[in-house]
Design a protein around this ligand. Sequence first.
Ligand code: ADP
Ligand code: MG
Length: 793
Amino acid sequence: MIDNIEQLRQAIEVERKYKYIDIQGRQCSFSSFIRRLARKHYNSSGKKPKWAVLLETFDNYPMASCIERKRAVDLLVKIIKSELEVKEEPKSDNKNFTPKNPSEVDVMYVKGVGPKIAYMLNKLGIYTANDLICYFPRKHIDYSSRTLISQLKEGESTTIFGYISSVSIYNSKKGLSITKVIVKDESGKLELTFFNAKANKFMQERMRSQFPQNAGIMLSGTVKKDSYTNKLTMDKPTYSIMTGEFLTAQNSNLNLARIVPIYTVCENLNIKVLRKAIFNALTTYKDFIVNIVPDEIRKRLGLMDKKDAVFQIHFPETMENLEHARFTLVFEELFLLQLKMARLRVQNSKEKAINLKIKEDGLVRRFIKSLPFELTGGQKRAVNEILTDLNSDTPLSRLLQGDVGSGKTVVACIMLLAAVENGFQGAFMAPTEILAQQHYNNLREWLTPLGLSVGLFLGSQGKRLREKFRTDLRNGQMNIAVGTHALIQEDVDFNNLGAIVVDEQHRFGVRQRNILKKKAASPQMLTMTATPIPRTLAMTVHGDLDLTIIDELPKGRLPIITSLTSSHGGVYKLMKKEIDAGRQAYVVYPLIDESETLSAKAATVEAEKLQKEIFPEYKIGLLHGKLKNDEKEQVMADFKDRKYDILVSTTVVEVGVDVPNATVMIIENAERFGLSQLHQLRGRVGRSSLQSYCVLISSSRTQETRERLNIMTQTNDGFVIAEKDLQLRGPGEFLGTRQSGLPDLIISDIVKDAKILEMARMEAIDFVKNNNLEDYPLLEKVTSLQMFSGLDI
Ligand code: ADP
Ligand code: MG
């Protein structure tokens, strides 16, 4: 048992919060704290291999990259969880042995495993018998149908039966031992070659004895052409000599003449051993595999029995069975996930909210009339959905997605005004000071004429100003507060907060959003994002929220012209032409090795070079993450005021910055960015009726990179790009490490299984509507909302 779990929990939380800096505690660093813990448990647990794996991982921690460190901490959490779940070792020599729940049994005690293999399994993230059962194959190879030798075709994976006609063994000049086996069946013969390390006479004899002449043999493998003889042969086949015993046990063979599961294995772990261990775990614990999806749904959708499904996903009898089993398990996994979401929604809707009503000649209507432009169709729809939500006694809980430049700020402002119109305050939280400042400027410009007061909360602002804003906010003189994280400080008190908007929501954690919510009398919260999230992903990660999409840009915007190049010549010409016409340009450099310091240096060097060698006549500003906040803001403000013609920047300029006069975006080393990020960067231009340009510079020649970057030149539609990005990088990379929230899916792939996801969602929503979960205790337990807490910090 782990003592002092609370201390450990806190250590993990802090390390995660500080983005894996191997934080220095009072006594030691995070990694040495974990190493000490691992060492202690390794010794006291009778050398359980999982602690050795942990120890090894954290030995490397100080030298590891940020992503590796994140993985290490995830592993730590998994091991701790398994430790908390595993109860005691089963005594397998006991005659009346009744198996325990496999999630409480250390994988070491599964028949055919033991400490050595457990060590390797642990490295694959398998700690309990249940982990082993749920270690689903990466793919399958169909060796189930027998082929006659005369009918073998190059490239096919199959099985042949025959007998051993002759064997010869000799050492090659290169020092290898070569075994040639000729197998015959009724249709022809096949020559097989096995290479081994150089062998002496004794070893050669042993090898020969493995292929007794005239014995039956069964071989599974992929057919290929031998490069010497130019005849067909089998590439590294799995074989078995057919003795009498084997012939009768044929059906239970896990490795050949059937559909064989292929697993991801690590070095030294023999896949046959893994198959056998999984098979044993399945057999021992089969009674613990029970249907969770309600019978009514299972029948209607024709799902397999779960026991069969788990068996068939590992060791399918036919390809149809495999398909059916996979559907069954994917559906269950996604159904449970969606059921959790549905339960969250139900819980949300039970919270009471104060009705916010809009009058015909009220503040909101007057504001919309006062705008210098008409709202686009998309904005109107979004406003309608929001106002309808506000005018009900369940709280608004909505995600507003709109491509860069689609005008989300106005929509946010309208929501906040709806609160003000009803005598409440509004809060608008943004992830960076630059953005908060920009929103503040916009809102002040729009709202001061209407006689409203807007305040700003930043970490870097002076004490006196902050004091004044705090007082105004507390006594209700301030109508709307804009700010960064500074808004959720303890000492910031609202008089009566009625509506919250969180911009670029993925930059904040759930906890931060909840702190703000707790400051409100009526928790109406709109979250916004400019990174369109494909529908399937949104359903998975934000399934508890309603979605609103603004799918058009303000009128008169010209599509940005995007090009891809490997040289700078044309780029400088374009910049010159635009700047001489009074426009401005961005030049963006990617993050180097995730280090803001290195990137800042690189950007500084480039800015100097650009100034000295290319554009001595222009004014060049520099923006990077190592500047202090007020310095950053000054640079941005100066760029907006056209004190600079060119802004050289690292990715800090990525989010939300609005300088309509900028028409050129140059992105260096474009191959280092994900598509969605490129789209975000590109969205910094094209923010007026002027024609804008984006140039992606990349010297990468790989086909894959070219194809990926070319997508950018073909479309300006953020949703199309997001969809592609998701397909190319998968959900984890797409969302990035900053935004976790992605559930651990064992078998489903939300890109490929989009249809099943959609189905599972409908079923889950229906189910909670028409049933009482208390009648389904198992379902209730596995989708319990508490599953979100615990070590999942
Ligand atoms: P984003 O959705 O990327 O946050 P913004 O809210 O910053 O977009 O809006 C981009 C620009 O478009 C701003 O300058 C804003 O004033 C302007 N804008 C917003 N809505 C409209 C509209 N309906 N017609 C014309 N311009 C608009
Ligand atoms: Mg914005």
